[in-house]
Design a protein around this ligand. Sequence first.
Ligand code: GN1
Ligand code: MG
Length: 380
Amino acid sequence: MPIFASETIKNTQIIQYFDTMATLNEIISHFPEVKNVAEVKALTSGLINKTYKVETAGTDTCDYILQCINHQVFQDVDLLQHNIECVTRHIREKLEAAHETDIRRKVLRFIAADSGKTYHFDGEHYWRMCEFIPDSQTLDAVTPESSYLVGLKFGEFEAMLADLPEKLGETIPDFHNMEFRMTQLREAVAADKAGRLQKVRPLVDEIEKDADEMCQAERLYREGKLPKRICHCDTKVSNMMFDKDGKVLCVIDLDTTMPSFVFSDFGDFLRSAANTSREDEPDLSKVSFNMEIFKAFAKGYIESARSFLTPLETEMLPFAVKLFPYMQTVRFLADYINGDTYYHIEYPEHNYVRTLAQYKLYQETKKAEPEMKAYIAGLL
Ligand code: GN1
Ligand code: MG
């Protein structure tokens, strides 16, 4: 079972699982806390960060996760680890203050390297280690029950970070900035590097019609009407750890935890979880929006996030649900027009198929908007 989400970014494929035990042992030796290593296992087929599980001998010592950070995606490793350290420290302090038990399963703990930082640089790659969360699992499918729990937990995650004293940076600059994503699409269209524009021109024109509406968050931010908060920005069910009884333990994969609109966490979760089909489903009749998953997630999220959400943020949550399939359409289409340089593709038209599937989902979310609005109004 994957512990960290599998990733689909093409420019990270250069990282392969070819490290020898000698190399790994050398890396691990730079983390003084780790002793008596019994076995190291490659954990996932994930393409962003290379991930290993480090098992120690004996039952009284914990196991660890060792990761080689993808430096091409996360170019500022100091900033990346600064964000993660601040976030995990703050959450741990809150859990301690609330006299929670079993805290080591409720927040990730990254351990110090002999450099004094939470990573080791071997001259070429950046490595980090955190404690492995024992007796945990991730869920493969989202049900209304788990959707509610995940909503509750992501809302709580943001609520806990609402008073974070440190300033966090953007680990991927402009990651969920819709204006920036439109600029990327327009640049791709202008360059037409792969000669694919003619085929997608009608779709580009369709997308452009909604661009103003979909870029409203950035405008509201500039007008001082919409805040940025610390968000997870990769809210999928596989980034949530559950215990063996299906109770939520903790949020993982903190690499994109950074300032963003709350729409990121709300909208991106539903983009994947409430889609009745796959992100790259070729049969568009299968792509629709699951209102039950939406309702359960919204209920959980608002329950724990209402302490800090402004009326405008709450009112705009249905907008967030439309925004993320729209943004993903724009990102896949830009990559298709550019000749597939970012996302890993499995067949030549893969990014085009993904584009159409996300655009269909976007249209479904538009249809669902009145019902989403009415449901949220009923929760307040
Ligand atoms: C990437 O690799 P994965 O699935 O965690 C992308 C997300 C996209 C997603 C679409 C760093 O995430 O923003 O929504 O693909 N992550 C990055 O499948 O670009
Ligand atoms: Mg990820």
